[in-house]
Design a binder for this molecule. Structure first.
Ligand SMILES: [Zn+2]
Length: 329
């Protein structure tokens, strides 16, 4: 991910704050990056970690030296990431981290860094263990925390960190940027909801898991528009084998559900006469708004089902369940 240009061009406050601290040698022990959904918080946190370890920072990481490369590849033992994106962070995860950080650094740089992505998704016990650790920072140890929801982060965590709020670009601006970079309009309109930058949208648009999920969603909505029975049939026979294939992993399923949610949000908007967002699907959304009796109920259930992806449920059954929700309301 080309995050260097993103930080330089789109996040001027973060860029100035962090590069200034690095140049003056006054980097704080713990940072809290705050930003709304769509802002690549984890990638930015990783970029700051690279900047602390880079061999040739100017002033932030070059993303080229061996340290930057190793971090990118998840091959740097003195950097640990606890990620709350898809499941909550537990007390044991924090205790493992603390015990790792009580040992001496393995690398000759002598710097240890941990990233906690989405601190709001920690259990209470995990937060309490982390607090103790944050209170007594060991030398040459840095914490980079992120959150999409500051209101859900304990004030005691916030007060121990230097908070930096990241800027959210307006969605129409991101769509325009992506289209100028050669991304198709439908992809730009979908992906700009999840990636708040034109070049990040472009990168994801080329992702095979996304393209396959989007093709599946297109096929499902087209079939649904032809008839509810046909929609269920296509979900079972054509889509389930693709999305639930072991080699597809979970990212394809997440993309598929994300596109489903965006569609249903627009179908609900259309039903009450609001402006839709996926303008490249206007006709299909209009047709479905006329045919689906209770899209708002389906939307809630689809969102619940999306949460089940990480509970190791049978993906095939989950997809058929979703088709039934939509067609049998
Ligand atoms: Zn580097």
């Amino acid at each position: 991910m080309r995050i260097k240009g993103y930080v330089e061009n789109k996040q001027p406050i973060l860029y100035r704050t962090f590069s200034g601290a690095l140049e003056k040698g006054v980097v704080t022990h713990s940072y809290l990056l705050l930003g709304e959904a769509g802002i690549p918080l984890k990638e930015v946190a990783l970029y700051l970690a690279k900047s602390l370890l880079c061999d040739h920072p100017h002033p932030l990481a070059d993303e080229e030296c061996v340290y930057c490369q190793r971090i990118e590849n998840g091959d740097y033992p003195d950097l640990v990431i606890l990620d709350g994106e898809n499941q909550s962070i537990k007390k044991d995860d924090v205790l493992d981290l603390v015990s790792d950080f009580q040992k001496t650094p393995l690398e000759k740089k002598g710097i240890m860094i941990y990233i906690v992505n989405l601190v709001e998704n920690m259990t209470v016990e995990a937060v309490n263990s982390l607090l103790k650790f944050l209170e007594e920072p060991t030398p040459n140890t840095y914490a980079i925390l992120t959150s999409q929801n500051e209101a859900k982060v304990l004030p005691t965590i916030v007060s121990r960190c230097q908070s930096i709020r990241l800027r959210l670009s307006p969605i129409y601006e991101v769509i325009q940027e992506a289209i100028e970079l050669g991304v198709a309009q439908d992809d730009a309109e979908i992906l700009a909801n999840f990636y708040n930058d034109g070049s990040l949208v472009k990168e994801q648009a080329q992702n095979a898991a996304y393209q396959s999920a989007k093709k599946s969603a297109d096929a499902f909505f087209d079939a649904l528009n032809q008839g509810f029975d046909y929609g269920r049939y296509i979900m079972e026979k054509a889509i389930t084998p693709v999305i639930s294939a072991r080699e597809a992993g979970k990212s394809g399923a997440r993309f598929f559900f994300d596109v489903l949610v965006l569609f249903f949000q627009d179908i609900c908007r259309k039903k009450v006469g609001d402006e839709i967002k996926l303008t490249s699907y206007a006709k299909l959304i209009d047709d479905l708004a006329n045919k689906l009796p209770h899209p708002e109920q389906s939307l809630l259930k689809i969102m619940t089902a999306r949460g089940d992806i990480d509970r190791n449920v049978n993906m095939g059954l989950l997809l058929i369940h979703v088709a039934n929700i939509i067609t049998k309301e």
